[in-house]
Design a protein around this ligand. Structure first.
Ligand code: SF4
Ligand code: MG
Length: 337
């Protein structure tokens, strides 16, 4: 069956300019050769440290950017190369929920006109149909209808995020990129917003790309998880299996930092501290981009880019350690004399 979304070889490279004459001085590889799929109705979590290309990936898929290379197919239709009217025509099918509802809502517009904005841009509804749709959307996200003429500053952070969600739902999208949708909210409000997103998914059959650096939250909400490092996919797989047995050394390190709800597991938890900083995406290391920080690095990692290997059960990993076609000699193990 055709997945809802199929991304193949996606690249987002941004030129860097320097000096008074703005000479081109290289490029930032924000997203480099990314491939994955999202099935209709599922939530794919996208995790990784800040700057790894998660948000750029989300925006490229929604075609807020023009990809440098690669294919993005929405229900089989190529959208990576769409322009003008054809691009505008698919916009209603894909929407975004932003991290900071404060920044993404126009302070001079009422809640009603914020929610109706996409309706006004993408069609002509009668006054009464428009009003009925706004009310239905406010109901759907748990906002009191009597707030329709109020302004964003009159609401709490959680309520503002509900306004953002209502606006994202206005055109009945199939696919929503949730970019750190709860990161700016109080911890006490986060669960409410996550529950709302899950509830809406079930009721409306939505498909989510859920971008977050909060692995506990991703573990809760995602059916599958994709791990990014320096613009590349390190690993992707079903949530349970990936958390229980991470394949990529980077995933292992990320998960080791997440406190366990189970006291026994928490007592035995060994944190893996990665050395050094994430290298600049303008100067990605040769070979495996993770090799400068990987606790398991060996000779081949410095020369050869690891390809995404299929490990069965829906799991894929980009790491030479998992390449069964080659016998590795680990550097930290003495050779028999
Ligand atoms: Fe580490 Fe090598 Fe695997 Fe990269 S390919 S994650 S450096 S072991
Ligand atoms: Mg779900």
């Amino acid at each position: 069956r055709e997945p809802l979304l199929r991304v193949e070889g996606l690249k987002m490279h941004f030129p860097i300019y320097r000096g008074v004459f703005r000479r081109r001085a290289g490029e930032v590889r924000a997203v480099d050769d990314l491939s994955f799929e999202i099935t209709a109705g599922e939530t794919l979590g996208l995790v990784g440290e800040s700057g790894c290309g998660k948000s750029t990936t989300g925006r490229a898929i929604l075609r807020l950017y023009e990809p440098t290379a690669g294919s993005i197919r929405l229900e089989g239709r190529e959208i990576a190369t769409l322009e003008g009217g054809a691009l505008r025509a698919i916009r209603p099918e894909m929407q975004m929920i932003f991290q900071d509802p404060q920044a993404s809502l126009n302070p001079r517009m009422t809640v009603g006109s914020i929610i109706a904005e996409p309706l006004d841009e993408h069609g002509r509804l009668s006054r009464s149909a428009r009003r009925a749709r706004v009310m239905a959307l406010m109901d759907a996200v748990g906002l009191n209808r009597s707030f329709v003429n109020r302004y964003p500053h009159e609401f709490s952070g959680g309520q503002r995020q509900r306004i953002g969600i209502a606006r994202a739902l206005a055109l009945n999208p199939k696919f929503i990129v949730c970019d750190e949708p709860i990161a700016a909210l109080d911890v006490s409000i986060q669960a409410q917003v996550v529950n709302l997103l899950e509830d809406l998914q079930d009721r409306l059959g939505l498909t989510y790309l859920f971008i977050s650096h909060d692995l506990s939250m991703v573990r809760h909400i995602a059916d599958r998880v994709a791990v990014m490092y320096l613009g590349r996919l390190a690993e992707i797989g079903p949530t349970q299996a990936l958390f229980a047995r991470p394949l990529h050394p980077y995933t292992e390190a990320l998960i080791s930092a997440v406190p366990s709800p189970d006291p026994d597991a928490e007592a035995g938890r060994k944190r893996i501290i990665l050395k050094g900083d994430v290298p600049s995406p303008a100067k990605p290391p040769a070979g495996c981009v993770f090799h400068t920080r990987c606790p398991k690095v060996f000779d081949r990692c410095r020369k050869e880019v690891p390809q995404l290997l299929d490990k069965g059960d829906g799991r894929r990993v980009a790491c030479h350690l998992h390449d069964d076609s080659v016998v590795h000699v680990r550097e930290d193990v003495a050779e028999p004399g």
